[in-house]
Write a protein that binds this ligand. Structure first.
Ligand code: FES
Length: 95
């Protein structure tokens, strides 16, 4: 998005989702699922996953695919990321 559209808005970055030395459940699930990729797409996928789970605690696979569809990676694939977000949804459901 153009920077001017963010003027006056709250901005949350990947650094702002963990608490202290603890990872966010989405980050933990990404690590556990082996879904960590490069430093460009992984933070974006994590942030999209965090937002998805804040809005929808039980997303379907199609909703997960739609949520991360704005981050394009031609290096690997999306299977492990989708698995990680399913795992994170199960972890955060009880929180
Ligand atoms: S692994 Fe990150 S863009 Fe492909």
């Amino acid at each position: 998005m153009p920077a001017l559209e963010a003027q006056g808005k709250a901005i949350r970055t990947i650094e702002g989702i963990s608490s202290g030395t603890s990872l966010h459940p989405v980050q933990e699930a990404m690590v556990e699922a082996g879904a960590i990729q490069c430093g460009f797409c992984t933070p974006a996928m994590v942030m999209q996953g965090v937002h998805l789970l804040e809005c929808n605690s039980k997303p379907s696979k199609e909703e997960i695919k739609e949520a991360i569809s704005g981050t394009i990676c031609r290096c690997t694939g999306y299977t492990k990321i989708e698995k990680a977000l399913c795992m994170a949804a199960e972890i955060t459901e009880g929180i």
